[in-house]
Structure formats: C-alpha cells, structure tokens
Design a protein around this ligand. Structure first.
Ligand code: HEC
Length: 488
C-alpha cells in the first residue's frame, strides 16, 4: 500500500510507523487531556490574539468533518477499488491533523473570549474524544487490514462518527442556540421527546418570595427577550421551572451559590458590558433587586419559601388583594336614577364589580345632609369609599355610616361633625382612611379610632384635637395623632 514511497522516504516512513508514531500519539493524547485541566475555561476573557485566531475555528471546523465523513465512504469503496483504501488511510491521517488544528483554534476561541458553561464544556470534550478517536483509528487500521483484529476498527470508526455528530450539534447550539434546528419544525414533530423542549409552565406559589419579588423582576425586565415570543440564549424566565431548566450554557442558577450562577453574573456585570443583562443597553436592575436575587439564590432558590432571612421586601411589591363586595348589578337602574334626580354620584371603583362603589357628593355638597345619607343605606354593603367633604352632615351621619360594612375610606373634611358618636365606626374593620380635618373633633372623641388596627391614615389637621395633641406632643407619640397631611 505504500507504493508511492521510494528510497529514503520509505526508510523514514518505516521509522515513523514503528517508533515515532506511537510516541507522537501518546504525546498528543496526553496534551489533549491536559490542556483543559491546565488552562481552565473559567469564563474570563484572556488575550485578543487568541480570540482573533480562535474565530477561524468556526471556519476551519468544516475540514475535519468532511475528512472524517470521507473515511467510511472510501473504506466501502475500497472493497471494490483497492486504490481507494490508500486514500482512506490518507484521509484518516489528514483528519488527525485537521482535528488537532481545529481543536487548538477552538480552545483559543473559548479561552480567549472567556466562554464557559455546560454547552462549551460538552463541545470541548467532544473535540478531545473525537481527536483521540480518529488518532486511534489511524493507529489500529493496519491491524484491521492485515486481518489480525477484525472488528475494532469498524467499531471505533462508528463511535467516531457518533461523537462527531454530537460534538457538531453542541457546537452549533453554541453559535445558533439550542433550538435552532427545531425552532421551525412542524408542531407534531416538536412533541417528540428531545426535539422540542416540554415547556409547561409551573404555577407561582402564592405568597412565596419568588412569586412576590423575584418573578415580577424577571417579568418587567427580562421576559420580553426570555419568554415565549423570543427565547434569547435559549433561556426562559417566565416560570420557575423554565428558569431552572437554564439556557444554552446549561443551568443559570446554582442554588446556594449566587457567584457561580450565570444569571447572577450576568446581572452584575458593569453596565455597557456586552454580556450584561438586561441586554441592549436597557436600564440595569436596581441594587435592591440584585440584592433580593442574590439572597434568594444564596438561600436555596426555592419556589415556595415565603420569606428570606435578612430581606424585608417592601410593601409595594406585595400584592394587595382588595376585599370584594357583593353583586349589586341588580341595583344599577336605581343608582343611575339617584344620579339623575339628586346629582349624587355612585361610581364604580373599577371595571370589576367586586371592587365596589364610591359615594361622591362633591357636586351637591352644599345641600347634602344626614337624611339624604340615610337613603343610601340600601347600597351600604357595596360602598367602599364615601366623600362627604364640605357637606351639611352632622354627628348623626355615624348612625348611617356604621352600616357601611365595606367602607375603606371616609372623608368628612370641613363638616360640622364634632366626633360625638365616632365610636360607632369602630366596627368597620376595613376602614383605612378617615379625614376629619377642618372639623370640630376633639381629642376625646377621636380616641376610639386610634385603637382601630387597619386605620393607617387618620387626619385631623386644623381641629381642636390637633391643637390638643400638639400641646401634649410629648405624651402622645403615636404617629397617627400627628396630622400627616393637610386638607387636599
Ligand atoms: C433585549 C433582549 C434581552 C433582555 C431584555 C434580556 N436578555 Fe438575557 N439574553 C439576551 C440575549 C440575546 C442572550 C444570548 C446572548 C448572550 O448570551 O449574551 C441572553 C442571554 C442571557 C443569559 C445567558 C443564558 C445562557 O445559558 O448562556 C442569561 C443568564 C440572561 N440572558 C439573563 C437575563 C436576565 C436575568 C434578564 C433581565 C434582568 C435578561 N437576560 C434580559 C437578550 C436579553
């Protein structure tokens, strides 16, 4: 088979085959296995020249693929035309050289650019085993040809082809994203295991720290690129399970280790860094949001724990569910009639019926009195807000108001009330806001309200009660007693 070698070259070839080749092979295998351990892919970019050369990997990689594919074709053809067998040997030898060169460029690319993660690690080890496999094929082929070892070579060549397909796929996923091939596959095909990812979304656990604080951050800042419409980096952040599935580089969250979690690394890169998230110069996350994500990962990245040690989530991020009122849709005709005849407005808080009604007397304040208010008792269970500011109501109004069981907000500004009978309102457990500014309320009369747990906003600016509380400021430290807001 070595007919094309003559004279001194033939002598060199013998020496190469018997002495140098085994030595060179052992050395090459040792280097291939040692490089990933000596030059760890630590995610840090190194030199520009490495990246410059490394980028040719993407081009060069087609050469070994083509050469390796040629080998089985030539071997099959060699059954009929023996000359093709010699070509197969050459193709193998060139494959080894091409693999070594391409591996070197690929390693320069990953090391130089600071690429790290499961995807690049798979691709890299694929390259190592592929190169070693091709080399072993070259080494054992003579024994196969001489008939001494009949099966090892075909078996090894088959393995090499399988490893090559896998390695190429891992590499393709790095450049194009993991679902590049299947993205536009017909829907029935995508359901096949392994082709499309099963993307059922796990429901949020109500009341969990994740649902209340982490998910809303992703929702507002990330899901436009990491959701169903777009899935950049093959990462979805619109559900806990999809987040934990990770992206093109594998897991993005390592529970317990924020600094090892790709997601945390990406949101803490300096603004302007190409890899910083949110991408494309979108405003970075707020420091407190980064703190929460860090604490959440550090404390196990759980979808269900309600709170984290050391993190007090602000009120604004908690979902405040409004208590709902009953169905008043049967009374809509009466409501619009009152509006038409008396000019008193009963308006819905929102489009949701259950959010209730607002009683607003501002247009008729000069005439609106206790007797008129009493007429609204039939709507009382549906009214959540009552504005009686500057109207003619007196202390008698509390007799009617005590039946407004869903009342949350009450404005009695600049009315004639003195607060006599205010105690009747203490049964209104949902009441959070009462404005008594500009009335004649006294400190003794508002005292019962101070014990109401949900009444966070009590205003009595410009009243005898305020005068008294300023005089006794030292003895009345409760914040509720200081007028926090003047009349609007
Ligand atoms: C404008 C689009 C855009 C927005 C908004 C965005 N990303 Fe990305 N993200 C990308 C692109 C494109 C990639 C893939 C390229 C890359 O890795 O840089 C990516 C990749 C990632 C990766 C790496 C995935 C992997 O496996 O390599 C993480 C982690 C990530 N994004 C997190 C986030 C987080 C967290 C947010 C919100 C705070 C966010 N992204 C917002 C476009 C975006």
């Amino acid at each position: 088979m070595n007919g094309w070698l003559m004279g001194p070259s033939r002598i060199f070839f013998r020496k190469w085959q018997t002495k140098l080749l085994p030595l060179a092979s052992i050395l090459a295998i040792a280097i291939l296995l040692l490089v990933p351990l000596l030059f760890k892919l630590d995610g840090k970019p190194h030199a520009d020249w490495q990246q410059f050369l490394g980028r040719f990997h993407v081009l060069a990689v087609h050469l070994p693929v083509t050469l390796i594919l040629l080998v089985p074709l030539l071997e099959i053809g060699g059954r009929y035309r023996p000359a093709l067998r010699e070509a197969a040997v050459l193709a193998l030898l060139f494959s080894v050289v091409a693999c070594l060169g391409t591996f070197t460029l690929g390693y320069l690319l990953a090391y130089g650019s600071g690429t790290a993660g499961a995807g690049v690690t798979h691709h890299m080890w694929g390259g190592v085993w592929l190169t070693i496999g091709v080399l072993l094929c070259y080494l054992i082929r003579p024994s196969w040809e001489s008939g001494r070892v009949p099966y090892a070579y075909p078996a090894l060549l088959t393995c090499v082809l399988l490893v090559m397909v896998w390695t190429a796929h891992e590499g393709g996923s790095l450049t194009h994203g993991r679902n590049y091939l299947t993205e536009y596959a017909p829907a029935p095909l995508k359901k096949w295991p392994g082709l499309g990812r099963v993307q059922a979304k796990m429901k949020l656990v109500p009341g969990s720290f994740y649902a209340q604080n982490i998910d809303p951050i992703f929702d507002a800042n990330c899901v436009e690129c990491h959701g169903t419409a777009k899935t950049k980096g093959d990462l979805r952040l619109d559900a806990f399970n999809l987040l934990m599935d990770g992206g093109q580089d594998g897991a993005v969250i390592v529970p317990g280790h924020p600094e090892r979690s790709i997601l945390f690394q990406r949101i803490t890169l300096p603004h302007g860094d190409k890899k910083a998230m949110p991408a494309e110069d979108k405003p970075p996350l707020k420091p407190e949001q980064i703190t929460w994500i860090k604490a959440w990962i550090a404390q196990g990245a759980s979808p269900s724990v309600p709170s984290l040690a050391g993190i007090a989530a602000p009120e604004a991020y908690k979902e405040i569910a409004l208590p709902q009122v009953g169905d008043y849709s049967g009374m809509l005709a009466q409501i619009s009639q009152i509006d038409a005849s008396q000019g008193v407005k009963l308006v819905p808080v929102s489009r949701k019926l259950g959010d209730g009604l607002i009683l607003n007397t501002v247009n008729v304040a000069a005439k609106f009195n206790d007797a008129q208010l009493a007429q609204f008792e039939k709507f009382a269970p549906y009214i959540v807000e009552v504005d009686l500011g500057r109207s003619k109501v007196s202390d008698k109004c509390f007799d009617a108001l005590k039946n407004f069981t869903h009342l949350r907000s009450l404005n009695l500004e600049e009315t004639a009330v003195t607060g006599q009978g205010l105690a009747k309102l203490t049964g209104l457990s949902q009441l959070t806001y009462v404005n008594l500014s500009g009335t004649k309320v006294t400190q003794a009369n508002i005292a019962p309200l101070l014990a109401m747990r949900n009444l966070h906003h009590l205003y009595f600016y410009n009243t005898p009660a305020q005068a008294a509380s300023t005089a006794h400021a030292a003895s009345t430290p409760s914040s509720q007693q200081s007028p926090t807001r003047s009349s609007p």
